[in-house]
Ligand binder design. Structure first.
Ligand code: ATP
Length: 235
């Protein structure tokens, strides 16, 4: 579904991606991990065409994304930081995003799952951080696209919302969707991810499932296995 060849991206002197090669097959949940600043968001934004790489190619369903934009209709994206127009109500924002995408969106079940009904007529500026994140998730997950990209979806969520999010992501996977997630919450990653893609030093340092990672690092616990990857590299 996604193929990335030798991707490079610099921001000035800061070489963030230094030859990323990655293949993501269709169907399943893939966690993109790595220390702060390792380039996870840069990689995601490159896939979305929001960051233009200096070198390398990205293919989605065998088509290069360069100079193309139509492929983005097939992607539902949750940005790490969402900037909502403060004066709109939640209901108005949901309607606006549906109009903008010109696609039917099924928000009702998500509003129920995240217990957002009492907030529908409230202005976005009056919502708490966690409630804003739930709205952000509704805006992303209400469309039925084959590829879902979630940048730090767990930020600010309470335990009930976190449980709902896990259920929703698993349901999407069962439907055959491909889900890319970044998260610093290792327990969440361990529960949902089929595969780990670990970025370090601008490259994919490890790709595989959690059992393989544990074997490779000789750790029985996932969090320690990840820490071990970093130690191994002296990062
Ligand atoms: N638009 C930009 N202009 C300049 N530097 C940028 C820009 N976007 C990202 N960077 C830099 O690129 C590096 C990678 O950032 P990125 O946000 O991709 O990392 P990340 O792995 O997602 O980090 P985190 O775990 O903290 O979210 C950082 O050093 C960051 O400062």
């Amino acid at each position: 579904m996604i193929k990335i060849d030798n991707l490079h991206k610099n921001f000035g002197k800061n070489q963030v991606l230094k030859g990323v090669d990655l293949g993501i097959t269709e169907g399943g949940i893939f966690a993109i991990l790595g220390p702060n600043g390792s380039g996870k968001t840069t990689l995601i934004k490159s896939i979305l065409g929001m960051v233009i790489p200096d070198k390398g190619d990205i293919f989605i369903d065998d088509t290069p994304i360069k100079k193309s934009w139509k492929y983005r209709h097939q992607i539902d994206y949750l940005p790490q930081i969402a900037n909502f127009p403060a004066n709109l109500t939640v209901k108005e924002l949901i309607r606006m995003i549906k109009d903008l995408r010109n696609k039917p969106g099924d928000d009702a079940a998500l509003v129920t799952s995240f217990q957002l009904s009492p907030f529908l007529d409230k202005k976005l500026s009056n919502l708490s951080g966690g409630t804003k994140q739930k709205v952000n998730l509704v805006l992303t997950l209400m469309f039925d696209s084959p590829l879902i990209i979630l940048d730090e979806p767990t930020t600010g969520l309470d335990p009930i919302a976190l449980l709902e999010l896990k259920k929703i992501i698993q349901k999407e996977k069962v439907k055959g969707k491909t889900v890319l997630i970044t998260s610093h919450i290792m327990s969440f990653v361990e529960e949902v991810a089929d595969e780990i893609v670990f970025l370090l030093e601008g490259k994919v340092y490890f790709k595989g499932n959690i059992d393989t990672l544990k074997e490779k690092t000789k750790e029985t616990d996932f969090e320690h296995a990840i820490a071990n990857l970093l130690k191994e590299n002296n990062a």
